[in-house]
Design a protein around this ligand. Structure first.
Ligand code: HEC
Ligand code: HEC
Length: 104
């Protein structure tokens, strides 16, 4: 292998590992968990204004309001919060238990 090729390979490896590193330390949106009572009635069509009654950085009722460090995208009125904070349905309380089989 020529020396120039080796330098090229080293640069590629450095760039790729840099990107992987950034994606690991990067911020990830938490899911909108439906196991908490305040989230139970939400669905994929819930407008962002509903979320903001509780999460508005100024006057939201929830403890966790949008912080100043939050990605600016939340201010985009045409963009749903749920595109980032995916809905995570609560697991049914009796999952797998007490399922009656009508055939028996
Ligand atoms: C572009 C994607 C994106 C959109 C759109 C978005 N969020 Fe977030 N949100 C994030 C990320 C990423 C974090 C984690 C920030 C961190 O780790 O510092 C976060 C964190 C939060 C938090 C925790 C507090 C905080 O600020 O860290 C709340 C509450 C929240 N978002 C609510 C909302 C609501 C309500 C909307 C819609 C009005 C919304 N988000 C829209 C990506 C998004
Ligand atoms: C009725 C009030 C209410 C509404 C409406 C609401 N939330 Fe929440 N949300 C809460 C509460 C309460 C918590 C639990 C943390 C807390 O006490 O602030 C929470 C937690 C969260 C968290 C976790 C934050 C973290 O740092 O772990 C995210 C993300 C979030 N909500 C997103 C949303 C999105 C997106 C919507 C709209 C689709 C929404 N919420 C609508 C009350 C609400």
């Amino acid at each position: 292998m020529k020396r120039r090729d080796l330098v090229f390979v080293i640069i590629i490896v450095a760039v790729v590992s840099g990107l992987v590193y950034l994606s690991i330390i990067g911020k990830h949106p938490q899911p909108t968990v439906q196991s908490i009572p305040e989230h139970q009635s939400l669905n994929r069509d819930t407008p962002r204004t509903t979320c903001l009654t509780c999460h508005n950085p100024e006057n939201g009722t929830a403890e966790k309001r949008i912080k100043v460090t939050h990605p600016e995208k939340w201010k985009d009125e045409k963009f749903s919060c749920i595109k980032c904070h995916t809905l995570k349905p609560a697991a049914p309380a009796n999952a797998g238990l007490g399922k009656s089989d009508p055939a028996h």
